[in-house]
Design a protein around this ligand. Structure first.
Ligand code: PFF
Length: 455
């Protein structure tokens, strides 16, 4: 009995950590803080939390049940559950979204490798906030250095996807995820005790509702989908490997809670640190790469070895958090090409890696050398981020909620939520109500309301 319980717990933890590995990534520590900074702070966080609870959780449960019931990756799940219909496009759009996200996400993931190197060679020592701003600018606009890191990062992802070392990754995540969490807690303590940090804490805790407009809703909704890995079938693909007795609702709750906690902790590091040295919270994508090295210097500059160890550790863990996410993105596209076009897994993965390096080069250069080439006022990097996070993921989420709420047989939904009647499933009526009405209306409203500003 005891042995049984332990085995069960072990597998549950594995499932939660694999999904959390996909969810927790640059979205939490890099993107969440700068989106919060761009949208005015605390009020954005409240809208974000609303989006996680009202849209994220139900759609995550939907993706889980679609994946587990179809026993197929997202590319094939809809053809299995709705044969002969156009629902297959939900899977296809998801694959395209994953492909585009992987291209620009890997650029930032590559930056983490540069920062590991810089931290390890003690390049942060003795630098001021302005030096960090200047050195990030010089690095990100350098025509070749970020490209090398981009390629290295994508090749590392490729190697793991091709080898299919799922067990290795799972074991690795079990060690690295808690380590990341502990390190984040240490950094929170350091950041909030910096002189002048209270302005940053206020920025995070005192909502200014006059700043809430349509863009805040679009930003928060997009961030929720991105951070929770939702809207493109990524978690659905993982759920096709879940066991029959995995409690889908509970798993979704754990993954969302872990993901949200990591994002909030990142906020409590970045903003106190940024305010303490007078860096504007709306600095954008460079925010983490400027404020964090500065925290290490300010907080531990007196003990250089400690500053060095903690900063190397932080960027290593950030890279690990990123790679568990890039693997999940890569896997969605590779599995699709492998299954639908009968390519070998290796060929499919090579195609994905090669094309993402190619597109990633354009994304990276658009932050420096080719800055002046824009579409809708955005360079390639910003355009990919905007199109995927603020349009394609929410649109995918909209279709997923309609699919589960309106199309899929209620018997299937109920069976999956209650594990064939063995669980209570008291959330079932709420889930259906949200998926049928609330989520489609809210997502459509935000999308329709906001896409006007593209002109
Ligand atoms: N959730 C990841 C992050 O927050 O970094 C990014 C991501 C992974 C988005 C997988 C979408 C996805 F399917």
């Amino acid at each position: 009995m005891a042995a049984n319980n332990r085995a069960n717990f072990g597998s549950k933890l594995g499932i939660i950590l694999a999904s959390a590995g996909s969810a927790v990534g640059l979205g939490n520590i890099w993107r969440f803080p700068y989106e919060t900074g761009n949208h005015g702070g605390a009020a954005f966080i409240l809208v974000y939390l609303g989006c996680v609870i009202l849209l994220g959780l139900p759609i995550m449960i939907s993706e889980f049940l679609i994946g587990r019931h179809s026993q197929a990756s997202t590319g094939g799940a809809y053809s299995t559950l709705a044969p002969g219909t156009q629902w297959k496009w939900v899977g296809r759009i998801g694959v395209l979204t994953g492909f585009l996200i992987l291209s620009y996400y890997s650029v930032v993931a590559g930056w983490t490798l540069e920062y590991i190197l810089q931290a390890a060679t003690n390049s942060f020592a003795g630098k001021s906030a302005n030096d960090f701003i200047a050195s990030f600018g010089a690095f990100s606009s350098n025509p070749w250095r970020p490209l090398v890191w981009l390629a290295v990062f994508l090749l590392a992802t490729h190697f793991i996807v091709v080898k299919g070392v799922e067990k290795g990754i799972e074991k690795y995540s079990k060690l690295m995820m808690p380590a990341l969490f502990v390190l984040l807690l240490i950094l929170v303590v350091c950041a909030v005790t910096l002189p002048g940090a209270n302005k940053g804490i206020e920025f995070l805790l005192a909502p200014d509702f006059s700043k809430v407009n349509g863009k805040v809703f679009l930003g928060a909704m997009g961030q929720a989908f991105f951070s929770l890995s939702l809207g493109m079938g990524c978690l659905g693909t993982y759920a096709s490997y879940f066991g029959k007795n995995t409690n889908l609702a509970k798993t979704a709750l754990s993954v969302s809670a872990i993901d949200t906690m990591v994002a909030i902790l990142a906020g409590f590091i970045i903003f106190p640190a940024a305010f303490s040295v007078g860096i504007q919270p709306d600095t954008g994508p460079s925010l983490v790469f400027i404020t964090l090295p500065n925290v290490f210097q300010q907080a531990f500059g007196g003990i250089p070895v400690l500053a060095l160890i903690l900063s190397v550790m932080f960027y290593v863990l950030l890279a690990v958090a990123a790679i568990t996410s890039t693997i999940s993105l890569h896997e969605v596209v590779t599995a699709y090409l492998h299954e639908q076009f009968k390519m070998t897994r290796k060929k499919a993965a090579t195609f994905v890696t090669g094309s993402c390096i190619f597109l990633g080069i354009f994304c990276s250069l658009s932050l420096g050398k080719t800055k002046e080439y824009t579409l809708f006022g955005m360079g390639t990097f910003d355009l990919f981020d905007f199109a995927t996070t603020k349009i394609m993921l929410p649109f995918g989420g909209l279709l997923i909620s309609i699919f589960t709420g309106w199309y899929l047989s209620k018997k299937i939904v109920k069976e999956e939520i209650t594990n064939q009647g063995t669980l209570k499933g008291s959330i079932y009526p709420y889930l259906i109500f949200i998926l049928k009405y609330i989520a489609p209306v809210a997502i459509s409203f935000i999308l329709i309301n906001e896409l006007g500003f593209l002109e």
